[in-house]
Ligand binder design. Sequence first.
Ligand code: PMP
Length: 305
Amino acid sequence: MDLTKHAFFEGKTVPLSEARISIATHGFLYGTAVFGGMRAYWNEEKQRLFVFRPYDHFHRLLNSGKMMTMSVPYDEEGLTELTVDLLRTDNWRRDVYLRPTIYKADMGIGVRLHELKDEFCMFVMAYEPYVKNDTNAHVTVSSWRRIDDNVIPARGKVAGAYANSALIKTDANRAGFDEALVLDQNGHISEGSAMNIFMAREGVLITPPVTDNILEGITRRSVIEVARKELGLDVVERSIDRTEVYMADELFMTGTAAQVVAVTKVDHRPVGGGSMGPITTKLRAAYEDIVRGKNPRFANWNVEV
Ligand code: PMP
């Protein structure tokens, strides 16, 4: 990472090399932090950078914080302004990824959430593709289970909970798969290690509801709206059984980093015809235009830097 670039840390913009926390910090010791993951996209024709849905990302971040008894002296608008300022500071002219975090900043031992100081920080990095195989991913069903709402809520991005995602991802990769689908405690498919899941069956898009231990994904929500408005598709939010994905016509995963990833094989079984299907192809193209600020119907999702 380029340490000469800037970060927002302890209330001000500083060089990334100076944005450091102690090894005794609560958030580091216990995973008591919540975070976001946003992207800004470079539009070559307009010579402009567009941040994708920052208000919604910060809304989720603040809600994750609320769940973990964290509060910061900023609202969604304030955080969006701060983002634009940070991107301007380094004059980014390429696709970037932003990582805002709220963390328990006190130092010392004592596991709890109350009576601790909260801090907000954010850094920017050049975007690198997340899933290499995004047009023909091969996924497995993980032997790990998704964290339950009554264990560590999956609907928000709690740092410590990502130990679950890391176990899922590493075991899938080491077994030769690109990603994994994870079952929740009821045996329903929740999502991937860091992506939501959609399946197409008989022309209808189906995705697990937010009550099935998923992260409330911004890309998921965007894709639902684009599928309805641009493609005229029916989208149903309901639980998905494990074996349904073996019979799906199409399968794709969504996330800020990876966007829309076509899954063409599950546990060595081809999905549909075994190559990326028409709905996935159309959604990938529509999404790519929207995030880059090229579709005026969704211009309210793009914040110009
Ligand atoms: N699920 C999990 C567990 C994730 O970490 C992510 C990435 N933030 C997603 C789904 C996708 O969410 P979003 O579209 O908001 O990036």
